[in-house]
Design a protein around this ligand. Structure first.
Ligand code: AMP
Length: 409
């Protein structure tokens, strides 16, 4: 396909079902994920702009009838990509735009309509999310420039965790750093933890209030303790580096590692930060990849470092879930989600093995069946807790919160 936006029309392919759609935008540092979702959440158009700023920049778009388009935009950045995306979607008359924003700091505990103050805050919080918040702000401004009359809402990754009590969100460091510098734990993946915990509460036969441990295991990983719809604790902290071992992020390490590596190897703080964010986790241990599929294959072929990477990953998840259970007044069950949580039944089984003192029993066959987008539970009758796999749907949650923030249906 050429680099000009194709003119096509989805007439007769279900456009009538895409009523009052909300456009959901997730602007990352070099990509934009988007979804146009109907008011009743039954119909959607999705796409991804990737490699922004590079010669290989392109938009992969799936139309309402499932047709795939690829639009190349060599060297194109966020503004150009958004112009093309908006041109593709204009014919559906979206009524609102919801943006995923990574950091909302202390001020935002729910989704809010964008005004100048909100936009300024998103930009100011760059200090806490240097890669993400500036891209999120770019997205808001690009839409504003083209559609100044369409209401925009920001849905913060941190907002869901604003219900955490101080005992969970404070770090044991001098008080002034919290009061003057807002150094505290914020938590991330909020829309995912909110979506899957709410969904599990809808699916279960157990009477509420429910206490869930939600394990979002993807390239980024975090776990949360959610009681009666409120986050009480979570594994990520001030930044999305704390907590579980991830694809390329280390998760928890000794905070003295920075000073040790500086003294021993002369590494700068920036170098240590890059190492912990981009060269660690599954990639760092396996020496192969951040992709669990590649690591699982190598492990099966006897690759020792790949085997250790999987073992460490599962051990750390199990250990975290065990400790997060302390936050719950009542423990109803565990909800697995994210690319790994939804697809790797062997990883789920290993994590549950780590939690062997909890009286958890599961049906291995049912566990193996819950892959590739399947939703369901796999605990045995006599298990102490329920075990759910719920495919996450952050776009749907963002669309819902956007409509709620605007007082729409
Ligand atoms: P996400 O960031 O949620 O897209 O998840 C990405 C992670 O999910 C990567 O580590 C993938 O290797 C992993 N993943 C996706 N599908 C599978 C699968 N079928 N088996 C094992 N891991 C998978």
């Amino acid at each position: 396909m050429s680099d000009s936006t194709p003119i096509f029309n989805d007439r007769n392919t279900g456009r009538s079902k895409l009523i009052n759609p909300t456009l959901v935008l997730n602007c990352g540092s070099s990509s934009i994920k988007y979804a146009l979702i109907s008011e009743d959440e039954s119909t959607r158009i999705t796409g991804l702009a990737e490699n922004l700023g590079l010669d290989t920049a392109r938009i992969k778009h799936t139309t309402l009838n499932g047709e795939k388009l690829e639009i190349t935009i060599p060297g194109g950045r966020h503004e150009l990509a958004l112009q093309k995306i908006l041109a593709l979607l204009e014919q559906y008359h979206f009524i609102a735009v919801g943006h995923r924003v990574v950091h909302g700091g202390r001020e935002y505990s729910k989704a809010v309509r964008v005004d100048q103050h909100v936009l300024d805050e998103v930009k100011r919080l760059k200090i806490l999310a240097p890669l993400h918040n500036p891209a999120n702000a770019l997205g808001i401004e690009a839409v504003e420039a083209i559609y100044p009359d369409i209401p925009q809402v920001v849905v913060f990754d941190t907002a869901f965790h604003q219900t955490m009590p101080p005992v969970a969100y404070r770090y044991p460091i001098p008080k002034a750093l919290y009061e003057e510098e807002k150094i505290r734990r914020y938590g991330f993946h909020g829309t995912s933890h909110a979506y899957v915990s709410e969904r599990a509460s809808t699916l279960t036969d157990t009477k509420g209030p429910h206490g869930w441990l939600t394990a979002h295991l993807g390239n980024g990983c975090s776990a949360s303790a959610v009681y009666n719809g409120e986050s009480l604790d979570t594994s990520m902290g001030l930044t999305p580096l704390e907590g579980l071992m991830m694809g390329t992020r280390s998760g928890d390490v000794d905070p003295s590692l920075h000073i040790h590596l500086k003294r021993k190897l002369g590494m700068s703080l920036e170098e240590v930060d890059t190492m912990l964010n981009s060269e660690s986790g599954l990639l760092g241990i396996s020496g192969l990849s951040n992709d669990l599929r590649t690591i699982e294959q190598a492990a099966n072929e006897g690759h020792k470092d790949a085997q250790l990477a999987i073992e460490m990953f599962c051990y750390r998840v199990g250990k975290y879930l065990a400790s997060l259970s302390c936050a719950l007044p009542d423990f109803t069950g565990i909800v697995f989600t994210g690319g790994i949580g939804e697809n790797s039944s062997t990883t789920r089984a290993r994590i549950l093995d780590v939690m062997r003192h909890f009286g958890i029993n599961f049906d291995a066959d049912k566990n193996d069946e819950l892959v590739g987008g399947a939703e369901g539970n796999f605990q045995e009758q006599d298990s102490s807790i329920e075990l759910w796999v719920v495919p996450t749907d952050e776009e749907c949650q963002i669309a819902k919160e956007t409509r709620q923030a605007l007082g729409l249906k």
